[in-house]
Design a protein around this ligand. Structure first.
Ligand code: CTP
Length: 433
């Protein structure tokens, strides 16, 4: 009996998929189909998959060609499957020609011609494309234009600035379709508005975009006034759209996993969270409020919203400017300390100290694919590593696409109440002498 195996994502199941499964089955007596898992696709940077794993499996099953369906969960699994399932032949499409020749020592490898003029990518691009507009007062992109290219279904179309020269230059530089200085007109044809202009104008831009029923991503903090923040979220709910803060940290797989493991008591009860950031290293030097927001976001995710008090201690240089800040947020049974090197260098690091060990995210922890845990009673460090590319924005955009598609009206990565807590903390910190 000849045993055949083939793999794929099989997203938006199409004729090309049907053909390859049929031909693969005809090449043997028993066909195993490996369908990629969601986490494996994210790991390998394939962020645009639309159908769930169950739906993709179901579509493969319905063809009737698969005798067995398995899930492909990690890189290197093919070799393990070939041995485990006693495979004689691996079949893949011609787009992979040569890529699996290294498996020829273990089984026969056949590359079949792809069906012409059809692919999941093509089908995705024929679906609804959401247009994005950027509100800015400088000509630097922050990565939005670049990162959006990794998320299918999004197109950055136009830019708005109060200053026509800035708008025009931004538009030319990033090859957008249009630019404008009339905000209401600019909002007209767009679905998503990304607001990166100076904080003093942000609230007004956000409010007006929400009133027009647009999804909004805003640089953080959106406002330093918690009541105003509440109003903005109420407006988003009223217009059934989502307002998202650009806190990329909460969209990273490594950070989400770290939060789950911490809440699952990997290192026992959390006693302290320490995070340190050199402001110069944070996204190429962001202002103090933006830098501290990312750190507060980590503390809120790890320790919750119910803090008791927040204190700040700062060092000023001879010119009266802040050069170093130490912020402590006290919780009933834990303490968060945030160290910001405004002009001085501090060692970037996030450490969670628990009653039974510690978790460390070294270096640029706000942009990470890695962390390690030292658990009491275990001799070795446990290392966790995830694929991470870009500046994190693509993961936020991908999530926003899902929110729009599923017609969600609240962001579940960073809840509105968490944003309100963040604004409350920032307001106190901002009043530091
Ligand atoms: N395939 C094919 N003909 C096509 C599309 C896909 O023979 N027109 C084959 C691929 O070569 C692969 C299998 O079907 O062996 C599963 O492909 P998959 O990557 O899931 O589909 P694509 O349409 O290529 O997806 P994408 O556009 O996202 O890369």
């Amino acid at each position: 009996m000849k045993r055949v195996i083939t793999y794929g994502t099989f997203d938006l199941f199409h004729q090309g998929h049907y053909n390859i499964l049929k031909r693969a089955r005809e090449l043997g007596d028993y066909l195993i189909v490996g369908v990629t898992s969601e986490s494996y696709d994210i790991e390998r940077g394939k962020l645009n998959v639309q159908d769930s794993l169950l739906k993709r499996i179901e579509n493969v099953r319905k063809t009737g060609f698969a005798d067995e369906i398995i899930v492909e969960e990690y890189q290197g699994q093919k070799l393990s499957d070939i041995t485990k399932y006693n495979i004689d032949l691996l079949v893949v499409g011609s787009d992979w020609r040569g890529k699996f020749d290294y498996l020829k020592n273990y089984c026969q490898v056949v590359y079949l011609e792809r069906t012409k003029n059809i692919s999941s990518t093509k089908l995705r691009s024929e679906g609804t494309i959401f247009s994005v507009g950027i509100v800015t007062d400088d000509t630097e992109d922050n990565g939005m234009v670049m990162e959006s290219k990794f998320v299918s279904g999004l197109h950055v179309e136009s830019v708005y600035s109060e200053d026509i020269f800035v708008a025009r230059e931004f538009c030319d530089r990033y090859e957008l379709d249009s630019y404008g200085t009339d905000y209401e007109r600019f909002l007209g044809g767009l679905d998503i508005i990304y607001i990166k202009s100076a904080q003093k104008n942000r609230t007004d831009y956000i409010r007006r975009a929400l009133e027009r029923g647009k999804y909004v991503i805003s640089d953080t903090p959106m406002t330093l006034n918690p009541e105003e923040m509440e109003e903005l979220f109420a407006l988003a709910r009223e217009h059934r759209v989502v307002l998202v803060e650009k806190l990329t940290l909460v969209y990273l797989r490594a950070f989400t996993q770290l939060v789950w493991l911490t809440h699952g008591a990997l290192v026992g009860d959390v006693v302290a969270v320490k995070c340190a950031v050199s402001q110069d290293d944070f996204e190429g030097g962001k202002n103090f409020n933006e830098t501290v927001s990312q750190a507060l976001c980590a503390c809120i995710k790890l320790l919750g919203k119910d803090y008791l008090e927040v204190n700040t201690n700062a060092v000023k240089g001879s010119d009266g400017e802040f050069i170093y800040d130490m912020i402590t947020v006290k919780y009933p049974r834990a303490l968060a300390t945030i160290e910001i090197g405004t002009t001085v260098d501090v060692e970037n690091e996030l450490v969670i100290i628990g009653s039974k060990g510690r978790i460390t995210v070294p270096n640029d922890w706000w942009n990470t694919g890695y962390f390690e845990a030292k658990v009491e009673g275990q001799e070795f460090l446990k290392r966790y590593s995830f694929n991470f590319e870009g500046n994190g924005l693509r993961y936020l955009l991908q999530e926003l696409m899902i929110m729009i598609r599923d017609r969600r009206t609240e962001c579940t990565r960073f809840f509105y109440e968490e944003s309100e807590t963040l604004a409350e903390l920032l307001k106190t910190i901002d009043q530091r002498g």
